[in-house]
Design a binder for this molecule. Sequence first.
Ligand SMILES: [Zn+2]
Length: 423
Amino acid sequence: MRHGCWLIGLSLALVACADQVGDEDLDDEAWLDGKGDGASGSNIAATHLDVDLAGMRAVATIELERNGNVALEIGDLEIQDVTDDRGHRKFRIVDGKLLVSRVRGPLVVGYAFRQHDNADGLLPGGSTVTWPYFCGNVFPCHAQPADGTRFSLALSGVAGDKTALYPAEIAAEAPPYQLAWAVGAYAKLELGETTAGTKVAAYYLPRGKTAATTGTRHLRAVFDWYEQTLGAYSFGREVASVSVVWGEGLFGGMEHHPMWHVAVDAMSDEVTHAHEAAHGWFGDGVRIRCWEDFVLSEGTTSYLAARALSVVAGREADVWAEYRAELDAAIAEGGAPAWPRGCNQIDILEDKLFTNLPYMQGAFFYRDVAAVVGVDVLDAVIGRFYVAHRNRAAGMQDMIDAIKADTGFDPTPIAEARLRRKF
Ligand SMILES: [Zn+2]
């Protein structure tokens, strides 16, 4: 009995002693030298950005999922100061990553950023694009879409004749490329409220009113259809399509919910608005687990945009005819299979996964499935899938499994023919 007590006393003393050593030994030098296992760093829980556009400087306050070592992608940011609960911290930059060890409490990073010309950061047109993995050119981040983060953003230094459009807060976990801002001489088009009470709007640039009015004439109804068919929207009570100047040859949009961007040349195109809005449910609402699951984001949203426009605008025949032409062109051009095997082994840009194949083969995959199980039945499967995986990461295999479990129909042969095949 006495002996046992003595042992307990000794081990407590050792623990206390180890704790003290830990305090004095502030840094993990092996981690700072880039010799640590990069994957063992803490994930990000929340990212708070305070951006001064006039000075091109910012402060990022990053809440980690746990205290410990951290490796953040920083692109070409110029890091000026790093602090945590223990004050100024030693940091190193190795292979484009900011390494800080034994972080305690939120990590606060002061930095300068630069303008970018290749759709990989803050663009000359006044908006940001960081998809797929360029968040590090705007703020310290993990570019993997599976690592969701909440966001808050404050912008200062905006020129007096312009408006800055951005969400002050994204309160549900979002992929790193979801956050963006747009600065321009904007005017607002109110589009009304959905049944669930979400306010829908569009923001257009000078001389853009006609195109914006044409492109968003069914957007409120489209958004309403998504909410009613798929489930509650995650990213706030006010949403909008925002016209942006991306530059020559760049068409389409980007899923910066709740204020997604649409290139100025695509503002009159209803499909683009409906597609970007659908990312509130897939791509943003349900994140992709691996880059190889890109089709779960783009194929699903392409299908949902066609479904919504078919229901609310009677545009089934012409949207699918347009998709058919896009599919034929994508097959002729070739690229990676729409759904490559593996997880984060592919470089989505270098390995040509970013073609129209995941978009169009994905849309036709769902259309083929709907032809067997019924369009309304498939809508319900996609809705249940969204609710089950909302604000978390999922893969395309999960969707195939859900279709099989819910309907009894195994869509694997369709997936093999459309999504696994290389053209
Ligand atoms: Zn998309």
